[in-house]
Design a protein. Structure first.
Length: 363
């Protein structure tokens, strides 16, 4: 069992509040990703689970036990670092076996665990090599193997793939996801890479300035962001924002900015009166447009300022009512700079936010 509960946890470094009144439950065997920009408190949160940082306030529970003052070696956690932290003078076998030897495991048990981990990670042919004879991906697998053999209750990972190239990161994500499914252990993973979060997590915890912004499954976080920060942090290119006004006409809400007029889906509610026009921010994700849609209700017509081919798709840079936007379209139709096109929009895919608080408005 490995249920982790943060109950009003705060961590200060002098006058700096790194984590502020954190309330979070990580369920047994769950894969939770802590996501956010540098300095948001995600690594500090991970270090508090590991026992590498003390709490300033609040309580940290493992199952039914408070572990505030429990030393790291008694917490039954294993950690994989960004830097791999391998012993350069030891072989791959000895790197993986080191923790087991320090804990007094029998030679036969060590042999079995090391070989089993190596086979699972496809590095059994590398056991006699030294770290400087390995590629980055192989070193990462060794670091994973060293943590695996301990069979911990909690697996902690601090940006383990950030030193790898883009292609290798994708394959290693699949390895880590398969590893979690096989081990059936609680995983807590720190990253600033939204693609890693969306592909790996059972739930994502989005953090900013030491405060949780939203907790939810990948689809929920992406499709129903709680505020503008969450919406803009996930997605590539980022979501487009247009400031304007919202008014009700003939029982339907209409967004306006300059000459742009965009009726919203029937039945849309924003949880606040819009009499006389209310200031709002409209959010349009780059992929939520389609040139092939006959958009009689919601559409954007503008000139293409830039065309950025990415192989499978194209990014179109367009200036919409004075705002620079990017949209992602298929490669079926090739575009050119200076062309004026109309992009249809699905009203159900639009987002609305309060310009003062940044909070989502749509219900």
């Amino acid at each position: 069992m490995a249920r982790i509960l943060f109950d009003g946890v705060t961590k200060r470094f002098g006058q700096v509040v790194a984590v502020d009144r954190l309330d979070l439950e990580i369920r047994n065997r769950e894969f939770v990703v802590l996501l956010g920009p540098s300095g948001c408190g995600k690594t500090t949160t991970l270090n508090m689970i590991a026992g590498l940082e003390d709490l300033s306030e609040g309580d940290l529970w493992f199952d039914h036990q408070i572990v505030n003052f429990m030393p790291p070696h008694k917490r039954d956690v294993a950690m994989v670092f960004q830097s791999y932290a391998l012993y350069p003078h030891k072989s791959v076998y000895d790197n993986i076996a080191f923790g087991l030897r320090m804990r007094g495991h029998r030679r036969g048990d060590i042999e079995h665990r090391v070989r089993e981990a190596a086979e699972r990670l496809h590095i059994e042919h590398l056991l006699d090599r030294k770290p400087n004879q390995l590629s980055g991906g192989q070193r990462q697998r060794v670091a994973l193997g060293r943590a695996m053999v301990r069979q911990p209750a909690v697996f902690l990972m601090d940006e383990p793939l950030s030193n790898l190239d883009a292609v290798l990161r994708i394959s290693m994500r699949a390895e880590i996801k398969h590893l979690h499914q096989a081990m059936q252990t609680t995983f807590v993973y720190v990253t600033h890479d939204q693609a890693e979060a969306l592909t790996l997590a059972d739930r994502i915890v989005v953090m900013r300035d030491g405060v949780i912004q939203q907790v939810g499954g990948p689809e929920e976080i992406y499709e129903r962001p709680r505020n503008m920060f969450v919406a803009s942090f996930l997605g590539s290119p980022p979501i487009n924002y247009l400031e304007g006004t919202l008014a009700e006409e003939a029982g339907r809400l209409v967004f306006r900015r300059g000459a742009l007029e965009m009726p919203l889906r029937e039945g849309t509610a924003v949880g606040a009166p819009v009499d006389g026009g209310r200031a709002v921010v409209l959010g349009i994700r780059p992929e939520d447009v389609d040139e092939r849609i006959a958009a009689e209700t919601a559409s954007i017509r503008a000139r293409i300022d830039s065309v950025l081919p990415i192989g499978s798709d194209e990014y179109l840079g367009m200036r919409v009512e004075g705002v620079d936007c990017f949209f992602r379209v298929g490669k079926e139709v090739r575009h050119r700079e200076g062309e004026i096109i109309t992009l249809g929009l699905n009203p159900a895919r639009l987002h609305l936010f309060d310009p003062q608080t940044g909070d989502a408005l749509l219900r």
